[in-house]
Design a protein around this ligand. Structure first.
Ligand code: ATP
Ligand code: MG
Length: 708
């Protein structure tokens, strides 16, 4: 063993060690949550570098940029060596960098622009109206539906026809239109030097599949390929890995029970296929969970035990003790918000850093009530998985200046700039854009554009601003100031009613720009992996509010999973049985397995749904859990949470959790009107059960777990 080797192997169990010490050849790790898969990859990377592999010969593919950065940083801590040269990032970001370097093999110009979802929808709308579908025909599918189909076809490796025939038969009459729009969309992107997210993967794949020289060069460059969260790759990503790792030095890790991105075309069967793609693969099993206490692990195991797909994971833990997860049955959303905020305050008062606490939910809007409650108590938080910083009109406005600077053919951004001028409407903008992008130097052409009317003066200022951006050697921060010199008055005029609020986003964008030395990299990153609008510039000492999707791979000491109500989690339109239902259950599993020491589940019994009061009841995913695995508290509209309540005073008692014998006696009674289908109740004789129906006033039908 070389000198740093022993240190790198410290803190690993024998199975992890074996994987880290693995020689050459493919290696697959399928293992449950918190079993140390990511840790193993970090140590493997450190081991390779310490053992003499050139850092730049390692490619690390992860699900977010943040994850890659964090792993590289940890590997550097282990080796003391510089792991910054390791190429690490998402599939999309890596595709972007490689296509700029190797795109010539495919006749791709290196200064293409990346468009995000909103840009893509804008283009689809343009095409729709040019085909005479400007929205008058209400039956004609929306831009969102069309784009989902086009993207779905790419990501699921299917034709538009197959997709419509198998999943959207009601749209079959529009099949020809879809095909025509898809054709125009592809042509539009090609003509304007644009790539959407899918194109990045498609073209990376083409590069490897169609150009032997490029494939050979890339395989030689990346001697080691490491992939985390492999269960959420799609078929293109799996093919990219296969083609890239012709040498067989590839290590992928994943957990099929945590696959939560199939709506984007991810296919966890990729894990099973890996063994076929790489014959002779070595398989490593990790079975010990190091993240969670035993009660949390047992509840998590029970969640996934109900899955239709059989996941043969035998996760165990050596940790002893631990507190039972708590289920808070809350009167309504306000009570749920109060419950969470109360607990957070208690925990923080007890010395736990707020950043060690996360509140997780299925959809970004599920936390709105809580955000209001937290703001009222001056508890600051960081929200993840909400609106991206670059999804708003004013940030897009500012980015348009930079985008035309790096890609003068980016017509979308040109239109944005021109539409900011007084009295320039879409038609005029389009005419000008056509004229100037046909010339070699569009900025100069704009300066010569024959103008009349009052916007001439503005046009000159715009040209002056754009010209000033072209000088060499200016930092993105300096360029940002140059843009704001022109844009600030425009901005205040365009958004006169709320520009002070919006200017916070621009401050964040500027702070972001200041972190870059190169404009191209700044522009690419804002399109590829923009920070969330409230999280940018975050120093990381605050409570985290996050969608479950954005919490993947992470862990916190204390985790709250809120909104576990019927119609909310699983989502309103998801019905059992089926793949979607199963994916929602896995989402719940991912949420619960983020917790290290304490896990709180909660749901409001009453919610407002499009202005209407609805009684919800607990999520089926909670109702199906063994009641001994958690303890229940109720939270009324006013006052503190009470343990053990949740059943009527009559002959039914709240079901006991093993660690809460004291709280299992009769709690304060609930009025019969507060009992709802889906609620868990207990009976002195029949034991635990779930309310199935309320057949008549004052009567409750219960399905008892042990007696039916
Ligand atoms: P997920 O499936 O959620 O991504 P994972 O399998 O990647 O989880 P890690 O995040 O790598 O798991 O590890 C979970 C926790 O367990 C981390 O805090 C990690 O430091 C710790 N851990 C992993 N392996 C060991 C070990 N051998 N000894 C002690 N702690 C460990
Ligand atoms: Mg992980």
């Amino acid at each position: 063993l070389f000198p740093a080797g022993e240190a790198i192997l410290e803190g690993l169990n024998p199975a992890q060690r074996a994987a880290v010490l693995h020689g050459s050849g493919p290696l697959l790790v399928i293992a449950g949550a918190g079993s140390g898969k990511t840790r193993m990859l970090v140590h493997r990377m450190a081991y390779l570098v310490a053992g003499g592999a050139a850092p730049e010969s390692i490619l690390l593919l992860t699900f977010t940029r943040k994850a890659a950065q964090n792993m590289l940083w940890r590997a550097a801590q282990l080796t003391g060596a510089n792991c910054r040269q390791v190429m690490g990032g998402t599939f999309h970001a890596t595709a972007n960098l490689l296509l700029r370097q190797y795109g010539r093999y495919l006749d791709i110009e290196p200064n293409f622009s990346i468009i995000d979802r909103a840009d893509a929808e804008g283009i689809i709308n343009l095409i729709k109206s040019s085909l005479g579908q400007s929205g008058a025909d209400k039956r004609f599918p929306s831009k969102r539906v069309i784009l989902n189909l086009i993207s779905g076809a790419v990501n699921k490796n299917a034709s538009l026809e197959e997709l419509v025939m198998t999943g959207a038969m009601h749209l079959v009459e529009f099949l020809d239109d879809f095909q025509e729009i898809a054709g125009h969309y592809a042509a539009f992107k090609r003509d304007h030097g644009l790539m959407d997210y899918d194109d990045l993967l498609v073209n990376w794949h083409r590069l490897l599949a169609e150009c032997e020289a490029a494939r050979a060069a890339l395989s030689a460059r990346f001697q080691h390929v490491l992939v985390d969260e492999y269960q959420d790759t799609n078929h293109l990503q799996a093919e990219i890995v296969r083609l890239l790792a012709g040498h067989g030095n590839v290590m992928v890790v994943g957990d099929d029970a945590q696959s939560i991105y199939s709506f984007r075309g991810a296919d966890f069967a990729n894990i099973m296929r890996f063994e076929k793609q790489f014959p002779g693969v070595r398989r490593v099993l990790l079975e010990q969970n190091y993240r969670s206490t035993r009660p949390i692990l047992e509840l998590s195991n029970d969640i996934i035990a109900h899955a239709e797909e059989h996941f043969d994971k035998a996760l165990f833990t050596e940790s002893e003790g631990g507190v039972l997860p708590e289920l808070a049955v809350c009167a309504n959303e306000a009570a749920e918000a109060r419950f969470v905020a109360d607990r957070v305050e208690q925990l923080v008062a007890g010395g736990l850093p707020a950043s060690e606490i996360a509140v997780l939910f299925r959809s970004a809007f599920h936390s709105f009530k809580l955000e209001i409650e937290l703001a009222g108590r001056s508890l600051t938080f960081e929200k993840r998985g909400g609106l991206k910083l670059t999804e708003s009109a004013h940030t897009k406005d500012v980015l348009a200046f930079f985008r035309v600077t790096v890609n003068p053919r980016d017509e979308l951004s040109w239109s944005r700039l021109l539409l900011q001028l007084d009295r320039v409407g879409p038609r005029t903008a389009q005419k000008i854009v056509r004229a100037i992008t046909a010339e070699a130097d569009p900025v100069a052409a704009l300066g010569r554009y024959p103008g009349r009317g009052s916007w001439q003066a503005q046009l000159r200022q715009l040209v002056a601003c754009l010209t000033s951006l072209q000088g060499e050697g200016q930092t993105p921060a300096a360029l940002f100031d140059a843009v704001m010199g022109y844009y600030q008055p425009v901005f205040e005029k365009l958004y006169f009613d709320d520009y002070p609020k919006r200017s916070r986003d621009l401050d964040q964008l500027k702070a972001l720009a200041a972190g870059y030395g190169d404009l191209r990299a700044f522009v690419d990153d804002t399109a590829l992996d923009p920070p969330e609008s409230e999280a940018a510039g975050e120093s990381g000492h605050r409570l985290v509010l996050s969608t479950i999707h954005s919490a993947k791979g992470l862990e916190w000491t204390v985790v709250f999973v809120i909104g576990l109500a019927v119609g909310r989690f699983p989502g309103q339109y998801v019905l059992p049985p089926g793949e979607q239902w199963e994916e929602e259950r896995r989402l719940f599993y991912v949420a619960a397995t983020r917790a290290k020491k304490r896990l709180f589940l909660s749901f409001p019994r009453e919610m407002f749904n499009s202005g209407q009061r609805v009684y919800a009841g607990m999520s089926s995913f909670v109702a199906e859990l063994k009641p001994v695995l958690y303890q229940t508290v109720t939270v009324e509209q006013q006052g503190p949470a009470r343990a053990g309540a949740g059943a009527p005073r009559t002959d039914a008692v709240p079901e006991p959790g093993p660690a809460s014998a004291a709280s299992s006696r009769l709690g304060p009674s609930l009025a019969p009107g507060e009992l709802l289908p889906g609620m868990r109740v207990g009976h002195a004789f029949f034991g635990p059960g779930t309310i199935s129906r309320l057949p008549a006033p004052g009567r409750v039908e219960v399905l008892f777990d042990r007696h039916g």
